[in-house]
Design a protein around this ligand. Structure first.
Ligand code: HEC
Length: 161
């Protein structure tokens, strides 16, 4: 009886010890993952906006040249960056206002789909106004966006044959 008791006791001690080891190993893994996450690269709001700015400019020259495929692509890129702002900058209160630009983007999308240059020009002005409206709303009114007057991406061809 005494032996059985001692055996049970030592088995449970070994089991407990193993549990502790498992726990320590798991904790080590969680800690190292937490450290990796803390060091993970996260794009900044301004960085993402600079990307929106580039696609906004490219969209203009694509539309001007009636390169509708490229224009459609640029709209897609703008939407992708805006989604990334919501994803990576969710803690910034300004991110809640991102969707105010959706109707303006949709109008440009319709113009591009219908290959309508006149409507493209009009909707692009509204899109640019929407950018600035959000900048005002979020107290970044000094970031003024305008229709580009010069194609600054000299390494990209916006014309189609
Ligand atoms: C949430 C509403 C919102 C919308 C919509 C928006 N922006 Fe912004 N934008 C911001 C905020 C906030 C900042 C400042 C980011 C920061 O803290 O660095 C900014 C900054 C910028 C900057 C300055 C980046 C720099 O570092 O110089 C540019 C350029 C810009 N936005 C372009 C645009 C364009 C183009 C559009 C429209 C296609 C647009 N934004 C739409 C909120 C918005």
């Amino acid at each position: 009886m005494k032996y059985i008791f001692l055996l049970t006791l030592s088995i449970s001690l070994i089991a407990c010890n193993n549990h502790n080891k498992d726990y320590e190993a798991l904790k080590g893994k969680v800690d190292s993952l937490e450290n990796k996450l803390a060091d993970a690269y996260k794009p900044g709001f301004g960085e993402l906006m600079t990307s929106v700015q580039a696609h906004h400019a490219k969209l203009w020259f694509a539309g001007k040249n009636q390169n509708w495929k490229l224009a459609d692509f640029e709209i897609h890129e703008i939407n992708e960056v805006l989604e990334n702002i919501k994803k990576y900058q969710s803690e910034r209160k300004e991110s809640k206002s991102i969707d105010m630009i959706t109707p303006a983007i949709d109008s440009v999308k319709t113009a591009v789909k219908n290959k309508n240059l006149q409507y493209f020009n009009k909707s692009y002005i509204s899109l640019t106004d929407a950018c600035n409206r959000c900048h005002k709303l979020t107290d970044f009114e000094f970031n003024i966006v305008k229709i580009p007057d010069k194609q600054s991406f000299s390494n990209q061809d916006f014309k189609i044959e």
